[in-house]
Design a protein around this ligand. Structure first.
Ligand code: NI
Length: 137
């Protein structure tokens, strides 16, 4: 069967602060710029989840998009939307919540919920112009 990639877009707002506790405030400000603000700041994150696999001959689907939509809502949006990532999300208590690390956390969660034979890719926009892609490598 042909392999097709299906995509689902989602959205969440979250606050964060980028910080390395081993560094001085000055070095944090130099490396992380505005994202080092100790009072936090928000981003409108745009998420695109891509699932690639063979079309199921019975359903005609690679993956039921309703299932994928619900999975993203329950596992990702409820966990991250309107949260302070540093303070409220377990994974980021010890991990800097950069777009890169957020994408990896999202991928790791979804990977356990999507059938193994399907390939998973997570694209995360932190701003309209800055985005990262993680495919599990
Ligand atoms: Ni930021």
């Amino acid at each position: 069967m042909p392999k097709v990639t299906v995509h689902r877009k989602a959205h969440f707002n979250a606050a964060h602060r980028l910080h390395n506790g081993d560094w001085s405030d000055a070095r944090n400000a130099t490396v992380f710029g505005k994202c080092a603000n100790p009072h936090y700041h928000g981003h409108n994150y745009e998420l695109i989840v891509a699932v690639k696999g063979e079309i199921n001959p019975v359903t005609g689907f690679v993956m039921d998009m309703k299932v994928l939509k619900d999975l993203i809502e329950v596992e990702i949006e409820e966990k991250l939307d309107h949260k302070n990532l540093n303070e409220e999300v377990e994974e980021f208590k010890t991990l800097n919540p950069t777009a890169e690390n957020i994408a990896v956390v999202i991928w790791n969660i979804l990977r356990t919920k999507i059938e193994e034979q399907l390939e998973l890719s997570v694209t995360l926009y932190e701003t309209p112009r800055n985005f990262v892609v993680y495919t599990g490598e």
